[in-house]
Design a protein around this ligand. Structure first.
Ligand SMILES: Cc1cc2nc3c(=O)[nH]c(=O)nc-3n(C[C@H](O)[C@H](O)[C@H](O)COP(=O)(O)OP(=O)(O)OC[C@H]3O[C@@H](n4cnc5c(N)ncnc54)[C@H](O)[C@@H]3O)c2cc1C
Length: 414
């Protein structure tokens, strides 16, 4: 295929949940779709490699941010929990995602875990929280539960965007991995293509429509390089800490994370049980200066505190920076307090908090500021569809939301 000679109907940049879902919707309508993905197919967790390729990065004051640069995007690393889109936030812009969410519920394995699949520490935490009077409910998961058994949770049981990428490719979409888009090519006020390094070679690729789905950081960087300078001026990233303690008498360490939890809407944080993958647990123990805990994965129970941080900081091509406000720190403190109360009541001992990390960068190309309610940018034919368009801080895992946005955008483009 002569790359520069093709004229695609749609070029989609990024294969996370939003890009993958959009590609599938569009190729189903027999359009010529090119998917450009900076990373490659890889489901491993290799911390040194993740630091090197900026999947894990420091964003200021020793705090880290994690995302996926691989086929399937960050969903390859995620915990498969689904929260409904923030209807009120979108309604202000005349956006209603309810029919798209219904479609997704029919397509995807979205349901709370069956009781027998809830792991022993998640169950203990849930009993403790309920006993203390908290409305600690089961969470919807993106999990094919018939592939799991108590204590058995194979990687392929969790839905991720690789499935949509594969389906799109099967229907004729072209996927180029190791292909980094650097900027959008603009003619007057019209976007006509992208510049990309495809497997080491520079290319100009042309399409009738271009959609940036490169994630909360990647999209803002491409927009800036394309002279849309408002992008990346502030973002949220939902910082988290995990309060962890030691437990006796149960085999911990190998269970489905985020089985149940509670949203503290007014206070601005959410709590859920969280058993980390062993390698990540060990890294976090070292980072929190608890080397004695490195080998205690099988005795550890933890609650994740995730905070709704305000929009702030900046995303530049070479640097992503965010200093959390006093209000964000206060929310975290309150969340930690509740997590400690629940864990102590559950009998956990020697509690400590992990260092803050973040997993949901977004709000960096906000609807109403950088894109319009149809997700169109100031250039004709250039759209954004991923976490960056979320109009303000929200504080909850966004995968279902970006999938619904992708389905909605597909209808608009077709
Ligand atoms: C540890 C962890 C746990 C999580 N758990 C949950 C959860 O339980 N539930 C939930 O809803 N969410 C969770 N998330 C967040 C969720 O995975 C992301 O919000 C979601 O994947 C965002 O989708 P996206 O399509 O917007 O972006 P991404 O999934 O980040 O995809 C962006 C894609 O664009 C590619 N890209 C970037 N720049 C370029 C470029 N210049 N050129 C070409 N390609 C580029 C990237 O390689 C990537 O593949 C979690 C995240 C982490 C890190």
């Amino acid at each position: 295929m002569k790359l520069g000679k093709e004229n695609w109907d749609v070029i989609i940049v990024g294969t996370g949940p939003s890009g993958a879902c959009l590609a599938l919707e569009i190729v189903r309508q027999h359009k010529k779709v090119l998917l450009l993905e900076k990373g490659r197919a890889d489901i491993s967790i290799n911390i040194p490699k993740m630091l090197k390729n900026k999947e894990m990065m420091f964003i200021g004051n020793g705090k880290t941010l994690v995302r996926g640069i691989r086929t399937g995007g960050t969903s390859v690393l995620y915990y498969g929990t689904s929260y409904a889109p923030p209807a009120g936030l979108f309604a202000k812009f005349g956006i209603d995602l309810s029919s798209e969410v219904e479609e997704l519920k029919r397509e995807l394995p979205l349901a709370p875990l069956k009781d027998e699949l809830i792991g022993p520490t998640a169950q203990k935490i849930r009993d403790s929280a309920l006993n203390l009077g908290y409305a600690w409910g089961k969470l919807d998961k993106f999990i094919y539960q018939d592939l799991c058994a108590p204590g058995y949770f194979p990687y392929e049981a969790q839905w991720n965007a690789i499935r949509y990428v594969n389906d799109a490719v099967e229907l004729g979409a072209v996927l180029l991995t190791c292909s980094e888009v650097t900027r959008v090519i603009v003619n007057g006020k019209k976007a006509v293509g992208v510049e990309a390094t495809v497997q080491g070679e520079r290319h100009k690729l042309y399409a009738s429509k271009i959609v940036l789905s490169a994630g909360g950081l990647g999209t803002a960087q491409i927009l800036q390089a394309s002279a849309i300078n408002k992008a990346g001026d502030g973002f949220f990233c939902d910082p988290i800490t995990i309060v962890q303690g030691l437990t006796e008498g149960i085999e911990a360490g190998n269970e489905i994370p985020m089985a149940a939890g509670m949203i503290f809407e007014k206070e601005g944080f959410v709590l859920t049980d969280l058993t980390l993958p062993k390698l990540v647990y060990q890294l976090f123990s070292v980072q929190a200066l608890r080397p004695n805990r490195v080998w205690q994965h099988g005795r550890t129970m933890g609650i994740m505190v995730k905070v709704r941080d305000g929009i702030g900081g900046s995303i530049k091509r070479r640097k992503v920076h965010k200093v959390f406000s006093e209000a964000d720190k206060l929310k975290m403190q309150q969340g930690e307090g509740k997590a400690r109360e629940i864990l102590q009541h559950a009998g956990a001992k020697r509690l400590y908090n992990t260092v803050w990390t973040s997993a949901h960068p977004g709000g960096s190309a906000r609807i109403g500021e950088v894109v319009d309610p149809n997700l169109k940018s100031e250039y004709d034919n250039l759209y954004v569809c991923d976490c960056s368009v979320i109009p303000t801080e929200w504080g909850l895992p966004p995968t279902l939301t970006v999938l619904a946005l992708a389905k909605r955008l597909a209808k608009h483009l077709l």
